[in-house]
Ligand binder design. Structure first.
Ligand code: PMP
Length: 423
């Protein structure tokens, strides 16, 4: 950490790069790697997810949607139709996206925020690519990015990978503490970007209130930063309610609109909208990265999104599916694991929990849970400055009823063993 309270880009796992070959061992190319390759590096999530995929392990770790949430029958029907219509869906397409998909992104943006024309919309290879494009286009080494602490690790990696310094801000059930952001700005902090996940934040589950959205937009106008609003979970509110995007309060907003949790992640097709003066830069950055997002997936999803009856019915089904899973899991956790503190999720895929026992850290619990055949994600990798040692994230999305019972029972055993270890 630096004197001004920001966190430098190097972060964990920094390796010294550059210089001559210094007699490197055969097969060791470390001296040839660009310095930036070490900046955002973290293998924490990779490690955890590969453990979760081991045979016999029940996983509450990944932020992945339930396979039975995918609209498989509709996708099969649309796929056949598109392939029999013409070969255009297998051809190269423009970097900004297939026109029908750009229109679908702009339409969806308008339904959930301020009206946007397709010229301000583009298609990205998932919102993760959107984050990378934003970081590469806007951040120079040493630039400041303000964000919730904890935050989504993929965003932290993109910002750090561009050499940014991070300004971690406290966050609660109502999202980022914009009052603290205002204090930091008044004290001289000058972030170029402020990153928020406005609905069912990953990992905290917080929802940025209307008032804080308004505050954020006013601060962006006053201090000249851009808001990066990353919203994969907004359509997964169990009560069906979602707040309009921050862009209804101001025009300094880049919106990342993932479709991974609401349609499926496998096509790697997401939407992005940006102010008119930025979209061309983002498209140029994408061109040098991958030329375009896969044409076929764009045609398929544009066709689905173009059916006015499809999305409302599909989202209603998902909200029931995940709402039921969340309530059933919460009841079971409360019954079997009295030492686990959490708020009931209002949407999204996760419980953000604290271990209410001073002797049991989430790392210790993670090790014991894995030994029992249950994967979870300890909180520390999401935390920037905050102490994550007793926090953990549990997904309720993918396990069925029987697996859920078994998973919670394994977690109960893991906790007993972790506590016995700690004494
Ligand atoms: N942002 C957040 C907050 C996420 O949780 C995720 C996925 N877990 C992403 C972005 C990446 O989504 P996509 O699959 O669209 O790349």
């Amino acid at each position: 950490m630096t004197g001004d309270g920001t966190v430098t880009g190097g972060g964990d796992g920094t390796v010294t790069r550059g210089g001559g070959d210094g007699g490197a061992a055969p097969g060791d190319f470390t001296h040839l790697l660009a310095r930036r390759t070490s900046w955002g590096r973290s293998d924490a999530i990779d490690r955890i997810l590969s453990a979760a995929n081991a045979p016999g392990v029940l996983s509450m770790a990944g932020g992945i949607p339930a396979p039975d949430s995918f609209p498989v029958a509709r996708l099969a029907e649309v796929t056949d139709r598109i392939l029999s219509r013409s070969a255009a869906a297998l051809q190269y397409a423009s970097t900004a996206g297939v026109p029908a998909m750009r229109e679908a992104v702009a339409r969806r943006a308008g339904e959930t925020g301020a009206p946007v024309g397709p010229e301000r919309a583009m298609v990205t290879g998932g919102s993760q690519q959107g984050l990378d494009l934003v970081a590469r286009t806007l951040l120079d080494e040493g630039d400041l990015v303000a964000l919730d602490d904890p935050s989504y690790l993929g965003a932290v990696q993109s910002f750090r990978g561009a050499g940014a310094r991070l300004l971690p801000l406290p966050t609660d059930r109502d999202g980022m503490r914009t009052d603290v952001l205002a204090e930091r700005l008044a004290a001289g902090a000058r972030p170029k970007l402020v990153y928020v996940v406005p609905h069912f934040h990953n990992p905290t589950g917080g929802v940025l209130t209307e008032e804080r959205r308004r505050d954020l937009a006013a601060l962006a106008d006053r201090y000249g930063f851009l808001i990066v609003e990353d919203d994969p979970y907004g359509d997964l509110a169990f009560d069906g309610e979602r707040l309009p995007s921050t862009d209804v309060h101001g025009d300094r907003v880049i919106r990342l609109m993932s479709l991974s949790k609401t349609l499926c992640p496998g096509f790697r097709v997401a939407g992005l909208t940006a102010p008119a003066g930025l979209i061309g830069e983002l498209v140029a950055a994408k061109q040098s990265s991958d030329l375009q997002t896969n044409t076929f997936g764009q045609h398929v999803l544009a066709e689905l999104l173009g059916d006015p009856a499809f999305l409302p019915a599909h989202l209603a089904r998902l909200r029931t599916l995940y709402g039921d899973k969340a309530r059933a899991t919460a009841a079971l956790l409360r019954e079997r694991l009295p030492w686990l503190a959490f708020d009931d999720p209002r949407g999204g895929l996760f419980f953000w929990c604290a271990v209410d026992d001073p002797r049991v850290t989430s790392d210790l619990l993670y090790e014991h849970a894995l030994a029992q055949g249950l994967a979870l994600v300890p909180g520390a990798p999401f935390c920037i400055e905050q102490d994550g040692s007793r926090l953990l994230r549990l997904s309720f999305a993918t396990l069925d009823e029987e697996q859920r019972r078994e998973g919670v029972s394994r977690l109960a055993t893991a906790f007993d063993k972790a506590r016995a270890d700690a004494y």
